[in-house]
Design a protein around this ligand. Structure first.
Ligand SMILES: C[S@@+](CC[C@H](N)C(=O)[O-])C[C@H]1O[C@@H](n2cnc3c(N)ncnc32)[C@H](O)[C@@H]1O
Length: 257
């Protein structure tokens, strides 16, 4: 597919995703994560059958950070990535941004317990309140399905220094139809089970189908690589787990633009 045609296809898909989910993104997700904050990490351990830490370690193994670097974790939630990066390299300046105060409060307490400092910004990541060419590294884990991801990737590219790296991890839409179908069936079971186990609020229970539909309309690993290239990143590479259910992407902002 020619570059221009591909850009139009992505724009249409992003418009469709926004059209379908805007109400949830704008009006409901904040309530969901206010509820989920108190059991987010425990629920993920249960839903992943104990593989949650392994998935995160896999992501961390793709991330290269050097002493003194400035890092932004977009949609940082409970600061799992910021904390793990500081364990790997204590001399980092870490900034976390998320719209959910409740998730960041949990993240703040977790970081404090370990004597770590993570600078927190509360806000919508579609506009990053940071200057151009500011960060050496930007990370984004498990949130892209809730965003107009192409716009956020453009913002990420803007705030990265030339030669800086973007590291992405998320649940992706498996390219194989049978894997995709099994994945949604398992997720539906998990969402029902964890919402009972952790006594989820009515708003969280009301969003169960959204979580599946958001994945259904999201990108496969190869499509996400193309999206990153379309935004203007270079050296895009990807790895997948479990038949493409989880994907890890690495991309670099070009040295000259
Ligand atoms: C599934 S959690 C992931 C948290 C964390 N990155 C992790 O890996 O554990 C998704 C996070 O994205 C945040 N989020 C969703 N939409 C957002 C937006 N438009 N702006 C900022 N944060 C957003 C939510 O508040 C939530 O904390």
């Amino acid at each position: 597919m020619a570059n221009g045609e591909r850009a139009i296809q992505f724009a249409i898909r992003e418009d469709n995703r926004e059209h379908q989910f805007k109400q949830v993104w704008v009006e409901e997700l904040d309530d969901v994560f206010s509820d989920v904050a108190r059991y987010y990490d425990r629920a993920n351990h249960v839903a992943s059958l104990g593989l949650w830490n392994y998935f995160r370690k896999r992501f961390l193994s793709t991330i290269d950070v050097q002493s003194g670097q400035r890092v932004l974790d977009v949609c940082a939630g409970t600061n799992a990535i910021g904390i793990a990066l500081l364990k790997k390299q204590p001399n980092l300046e870490i900034h976390a941004m998320d719209r959910s105060k409740a998730m960041q409060e949990v993240g703040y307490k977790l970081a404090c317990k370990l004597g770590m400092h993570i600078d927190s910004t509360i806000g919508d990541v579609h506009t990053l309140p940071f200057p151009d060419n500011h960060f050496d590294v930007v990370t984004l884990q498990y949130a892209s399905r809730h965003l107009r991801i192409m716009d956020v990737c453009r913002e990420i590219k803007r705030v990265l220094k030339p030669g800086g790296h973007f590291y992405h991890c998320d649940m992706l839409r498996p390219a194989n139809k049978f894997v995709e179908w099994s994945y949604y069936a398992y997720l539906r079971f998990c969402l029902n089970f964890t919402s009972l186990l952790f006594r989820s609020s009515a708003s969280t229970r009301g969003c169960k189908e959204y979580f599946i539909n958001a994945l259904r309309m999201f990108y496969s690993a190869d499509e996400f690589s193309d999206l990153l290239r379309d935004v203007g990143f270079e050296e895009v590479s990807s790895q997948t787990l479990l038949g493409g259910m989880i994907g890890y992407h690495t991309a670099m902002k070009p040295l000259s633009t």
